[in-house]
Every structure is written in C-alpha cells, then in structure tokens.
Design a protein around this ligand. Structure first.
Ligand code: F6R
Length: 253
C-alpha cells in the first residue's frame, strides 16, 4: 500500500484522473470499477475535460459501479446510475451498454446480486477499482460488521450512512434503507485499487484503514491485504496519520 499525500481536493482529483487515464491508455479495453459520491467527482470532471481535448479515449472501456440503492431506477436523480450518467458517461465516449450498475429496480436481491457478479466475471474482472471511504470506514456500501467474504449482496444501510447521504434527498425519509453493493470479495479481486480520501471527516477512518487491525468493523482495513493499493489523500484526510507519525511509513510525495 502506498499513500500519496496531496494538498487539497483539487490536487487529489487531478492525480486520481491521471491514474485512471493512464489505465485507459495502457489498456484501452480495461474494466474500470467506479464509485459515486463527492470524492471522485473532481476526478470525473478532469477526465471529461481531457476527453474533450481528445486526450483520453474511452471507446473500448467497460465500467462496473460499486453500488446502487435498492428501489431506485436510473431515471431517479438520486440513483447512482443517474449520477454516473450525468457526471461522467454522457460526457465521454464510453459505450453506454458497457457501463454497469447494479439493477436497483430488481426487487429480488439474490437475483440482482447474482446477475451483477456474473457481469463482473464475464468482463474478466476489474483492472482498476476506484474507492471512496465512508467516515465509518465503509467501502462501497460494505458497512462495519459485514463479513469479508461476500460477493455482491443487499445491505441495510447504517444509520450514519443514511444521515450522511440525506443531503442529496429532500428529506431523511426519502433516503433508501437498502442498497446492492459489490462485496469485499469483488473489490479485492480487482487487479489494482485506488482509494481516495479528502477532508478531515475522513481522517480517522483513513488512519484505521491503513494502520489499524484488519477487521470487518472497519471495512476499508481489508485493503491492507491487497497487493496493489494506491491511496491519494489530501492533508485533511491525512491529519490523523501525521498525528500518529504513521504517514512516513506509507508516504510517497
Ligand atoms: C459510493 C460508495 C461509497 C462512497 C463513500 C464516500 O459509490 O461506494 O462507499 O465512496 O460513502 O462518499 P463521499 O465520497 O460522498 O464522501
């Protein structure tokens, strides 16, 4: 695991976009594992800019997203499919039929999750998985306490996650209580992982993920077991690592 500490969100976004663009250049038919949320948004904006300047070609790329709210369809503005379409896919030349997000409208959880694992398997696995981290250490919607060995599955969202995501909905009541998420098994089978973190609210989770014990109580800690993880985090997110003198152990500037 290598940590690249950067000044701020903008620098994190540019560096993350550069890693993604490099993957696309090196393997034009790569499978990208993508995340939603505030963290990767700046990287997606940068990729769109580079694409508009004809510097990155996504025509051979496939993508699989980490998660989707159960019960929301792609035309719902809060769905992760809608987020990906409007923030990235509509602005680059990726083939829409090769962009995959769990089917939030499939009420049968077992069916939805099995179908998604089959998609990932048929694509030959994920070349580069982008991850954000929740303040409680979740990755995807793998909340604290989930077992590590699951493939895609249906989760009950933690109260803290519901609260954190409420900012995107009209009211707390509208936030879905369940989601389909890629499991740790799927995430860990990605050939490379890029974990992004910005801001002090992520400092504790990032510290626990990198330096704490590997435990389902802090889902991101399992990344310690993967052989190719890069972390790009800003100064705020690294605050606790510095406090503990731990950053020097991982750091490349
Ligand atoms: C999103 C996802 C989540 C987020 C995490 C951080 O697809 O899987 O794990 O990465 O909740 O969210 P933000 O980036 O909004 O702080």
């Amino acid at each position: 695991m290598v940590l690249y500490e950067v000044k701020n969100y903008e620098e994190m976004s540019r560096k993350a976009a550069a890693v993604i663009a490099a993957q696309v250049v090196l393997k034009p038919d790569a499978v990208l594992g993508l995340a939603t949320g505030s963290t990767p948004l700046g990287a997606y904006e940068q990729l769109v800019k580079w694409h508009q300047k004809k510097e990155v070609d996504f025509s051979g790329i496939s993508s699989v997203n980490l998660d989707e709210y159960k019960g929301l369809g792609g035309d719902n503005r809060q769905s992760y499919r809608y987020f990906m379409d409007t923030n990235l896919f509509q602005h680059i030349n990726i083939e829409k039929s090769r962009t995959f997000v769990p089917d939030g409208l499939e009420p049968d959880s077992v069916k939805a999750c099995r179908a998604y694992d089959e998609v990932i398997e048929k694509l030959g696995g994920i070349d580069l998985q982008i991850l954000g981290i929740g303040a409680n250490g979740h990755i995807g919607f793998n909340e604290p306490g989930e077992s590590f060995e699951k493939g895609t599955h249906c989760v009950d969202l933690a109260e803290s996650t519901i609260q954190a995501n409420a900012r995107f909905f009209q009211s707390l009541d509208e936030v879905p209580r369940q989601a389909y998420t890629m499991g740790m098994k799927g995430i860990l089978s990605a050939r490379k992982i890029l974990l992004l973190a910005a801001g002090e609210p992520k400092a504790d989770a990032l510290y626990q993920a990198l330096c704490g014990p590997v435990t389902p109580q802090l889902p991101a800690s399992i990344l310690q077991l993967h052989r190719d993880v890069a972390v790009i985090a800003d100064q705020g997110a690294c605050a606790r690592l510095h406090g503990q003198g731990a950053a020097s152990y991982f750091l490349r500037r």
